[in-house]
Design a binder for this molecule. Structure first.
Ligand SMILES: O=C(O)[C@H]1O[C@H](OP(=O)(O)OP(=O)(O)OC[C@H]2O[C@@H](n3ccc(=O)[nH]c3=O)[C@H](O)[C@@H]2O)[C@H](O)[C@@H](O)[C@@H]1O
Length: 412
């Protein structure tokens, strides 16, 4: 009788130990997930910054224009992003006050974002580590600096990734945009807003070149749908609260400090590694083409939009009169087939690409983009001057320097 009881006790203790063990593992995993989730890390960094007495003075200093009279005071969201870094640096160079805001999420290599942050720190631009979805943080920033303008570039980018992580597009491009507009509408004075829409809103439109008057009600990706929703949301906040809002439809922007998820960047990386690259083609071997636009041209367009933006008309959240509402194409007016992009890269890198040509899957891509820029030319003085060959040469020079610099983790 003794023996089975002993065995039963042993089994009982063993299963309790097992239960405790697996509960600990489970709780540990939940804790790890929480600590590493982008929201919690940006939340804790926001708390850290808010508790830091230097934080406020750094924001105030960064937001101050160099000259006492004139000069914009701009909040740049997505400042550690590709376009955000270039626009922030250009504004600071000409003497405007610039405060950056970025959540440093891990959509692509965050170390590239940190490197861009270092570039901006050297240019005297402070980037706040925080999320546009945090109303307390936004209010604090508007209390510290009376921003005249907001350059809103924070977004979940990428056309094809929307199939993998749809929620991130809704979170950043819709909820985040509304959160930012709420802060702008309540600010006193209300800033004028310039924000990044996308050429992808043209979707299945076949009328070329794409003009702002063409239809944009047939998006082919969730990404495009969220940008189109942003344009409608902009209309609402302009209509109800008198916010001055300008949307810029960027056409496949490329250049130094670019985004690793984009084709020109990932092709460069894979060609140098000797890895195959996939080139999508349309039905009947249709060559997929993009109106690739060089970053310096886009920056000029952004500055033109900020400089021509009229003031918002509301105050204390109440509209006082009609306000400006605009949308512009910022493209290059010169579409180039993706196969040509690859052959330019091959020449610049002096390496033959291992090309795999595949029919374009149903991934949200459109077959071609082509901007009509006459409206931006007329209203913003926008005039792109960089062709793809010249722009890619500058990109490749940056890429080789950045990824082979001593002390830099190699990407090549
Ligand atoms: O202009 C825009 O509105 C959009 O431009 C780019 O989107 P996309 O034009 O798709 O740029 P890439 O991802 O660099 O793709 C460029 C071209 O290369 C093609 N591609 C891409 C990847 C690949 O492996 N193979 C390939 O052939 C795509 O089909 C596309 O035609 C950006 O990623 C979007 O965030 C932006 O809003």
């Amino acid at each position: 009788m003794d023996k089975p009881l002993c065995i039963n006790r042993f089994r009982y203790h063993f299963s309790i130990t097992k239960l405790v063990f697996w509960t600990c593992i489970f709780l540990g995993l939940i804790l790890l997930f929480f600590l590493h989730s982008p929201h919690s890390s940006s939340y804790s960094s926001q708390r850290r910054f808010l508790a830091d007495p230097d934080w406020e003075s750094r924001v105030i200093k960064s937001g101050k224009p160099r000259s006492r009279s004139g000069g914009l005071k701009v909040l740049v969201t997505g400042a550690a992003g590709f376009v955000g870094t270039h626009v922030s640096a250009a504004l600071r160079r000409r003497g405007d006050g610039v405060v950056g805001l970025d959540n440093f999420n891990a959509y692509y290599d965050p170390s590239l974002k940190q490197a861009r942050r270092s570039v901006l720190e050297r240019a005297d631009v402070f980037i706040v580590d925080g999320d546009i979805n945090n109303p307390t943080l936004l209010k604090k920033l508007f209390d510290l600096v009376q921003f005249t303008h907001v350059m809103h570039l924070a977004a979940q980018a990428g056309v094809r990734y929307a199939m993998k992580n749809p929620a991130s597009y809704v979170h950043s491009n819709i909820a985040g945009f509304v959160s930012l507009l709420e802060a702008c509408k309540s600010a006193n004075p209300q800033p004028a807003i310039v924000w990044a829409s996308s050429s992808s809103v043209y979707g299945l439109n076949t009328k070329v070149p794409f003009s702002e008057k063409d239809r944009t009600d047939q998006p082919t990706s969730l990404y495009a749908a969220t940008k189109k929703a942003g344009e409608e949301i902009a209309h609402t906040y302009n209509h109800i609260y008198g916010l001055s809002i300008t949307g810029l439809r960027f056409f496949t922007v490329y250049g130094p400090w670019g985004r690793p998820d984009m084709a020109y960047f990932s092709f460069t990386k894979d060609i140098l590694k000797g890895k195959p690259i996939t080139i999508f083609e349309g039905p009947n071997h249709f060559s997929v083409a993009r109106d690739f636009t060089y970053i310096d041209d886009i920056v000029k367009g952004c500055l033109g939009a900020l400089d021509t933006a009229k003031k918002s008309t509301g105050s204390g959240g109440v509209k006082k009169g009609p306000a400006q509402l605009r949308v512009f194409n910022l493209g290059n007016t010169s579409p180039v087939p993706v196969s040509k992009l690859v052959s330019i890269l091959e020449k610049l890198l002096k390496v033959k690409a291992k090309k795999v040509v595949l029919p374009m899957p149903a991934n949200g891509d459109v077959l071609f983009t082509h901007a009509n820029i006459s409206l931006a030319q007329r209203e913003l003085g926008y005039k792109p001057t960089t062709d793809l060959q010249t722009g890619l040469k500058k990109f490749v020079r940056w890429y080789l320097d950045y990824y082979t610099r001593p002390g830099k983790k190699s990407n090549v």
